[in-house]
Design a protein around this ligand. Structure first.
Ligand code: ASP
Length: 329
């Protein structure tokens, strides 16, 4: 018996072509066309293709992903063994991370996409779909949550990042690298992942507004005032280095902390935030003393997703702090 794999397509470069009358490509291909372009796929699994959305990935919303998860649970209840999701690569790291935080099942969910659209020489969509189906059909991937398979590498969704604007090897994992790879007909997973951090979401309807700001040299923090004035419910700020702000921003950030939860991440996007090394105005010790929440290992995008989900659940700031700390335990 071949495993049953459901492939949900959401759009993205992997499904983008031009009808000749326009400049550039846009998502037009349906799930069946994506599957039909993959030689040998039916030898691996019984594929059930579903065109779920046809979007460029910057336009995928939290609610698209919540609806997708409901469909995934329905499919798994009806005997599907594994799930593949294809979408645009621009937000692949965010949708994969979000799904990985809220999915409670054991069956593999594998996300993938393409950097070269189907009209280009060396289009990478078909091989990425083939590898994703192999991983979704494998017993090795069970219980690991959401995985991203790209360019032959297998990444854990909790670490995966897009690291290049055009290369087919666009995805990396910080801090550990890929957890495995596909070799010929074999799926190799060589890293043990520790317990997956899951948020039991009780309010999917009323999502809070969380801002994400990146700090740069000469920043005076005016945008922090705008975040407060515009009624955001939370703020993630990507500081410099190990988690630092210019001294000129400290007063404004301190005022913001009195109103909404503020999480500090690093604009570097790799490595754990510092907690006990530097003491100067705007250093990580100074900012934590002022009530800023340390994002630990999470980059700004990841911290924004976690803060959004926690605020949707209506938890208080102390719980938010302990939840961020729990990520590393
Ligand atoms: N360049 C993107 C992609 O790789 C477009 C998108 O994210 O939809 O698919």
């Amino acid at each position: 018996m071949k495993p049953k794999i459901k492939v949900f397509t959401l759009g993205g470069t992997i499904a983008m072509v031009s009808d000749g009358s326009e400049r550039g490509v846009s998502p037009k291909l349906k799930a069946e066309s994506l599957i039909n372009a993959v030689p040998g796929i039916s030898d691996i699994a019984d594929i059930d293709p579903v065109t779920f959305r046809q979007l460029p990935s910057p336009s995928i919303s939290y609610h698209d992903i919540f609806d997708l998860l409901s469909e995934i649970y329905r499919s798994l209840d009806n005997g599907t063994n594994g799930i593949v999701i294809t979408q645009g690569t621009d937000t692949l790291e965010e949708t994969s991370f979000l799904l990985d935080r809220i999915y409670t099942g054991q069956a593999p969910i594998v996300t993938t996409g393409a950097m070269r659209n189907p009209t280009l020489p060396g289009a990478d969509g078909p091989s990425n779909i083939l590898h994703a189906v192999m991983v979704a059909a494998s017993s090795e991937a069970c219980g690991l949550g959401v995985l991203t398979v790209f360019n032959g590498d297998i990444h854990a969704a909790r670490f995966v990042q897009k690291g290049h604007t055009q290369s087919p090897a666009a995805f990396t994992s910080s801090p550990i690298g890929p957890i495995g790879w596909v070799s010929e007909s074999k799926v190799r997973i060589i890293s043990n992942l520790n317990k997956r951090y899951i948020i039991d979401l009780n309010n999917k309807i009323q999502l809070p507004k969380v801002a994400l700001l990146k700090v740069s040299m000469g920043d005076d923090g005016s945008l922090i005032d705008t975040v407060i004035d515009k009624g955001f419910d939370g703020l993630v700020i990507e500081g410099t280095g190990g988690g630092h702000l210019p001294a000129a921003m400290v007063e404004k950030i301190t005022k913001a902390v009195a109103k909404i939860p503020v999480v500090l991440a690093s604009r570097i996007g790799s490595g754990e935030l510092l907690r006990e090394t530097y003491m100067f105005p705007g250093s990580e010790i100074d900012l934590m003393d002022k009530g800023i929440i340390n994002s630990g290992l999470m980059n700004g995008l990841q911290a924004k997703i976690i803060l959004t989900l926690l605020l949707a659940n209506g938890v208080n700031t102390n719980t938010i702090i302990s939840e961020f700390n729990a990520w590393l335990e």
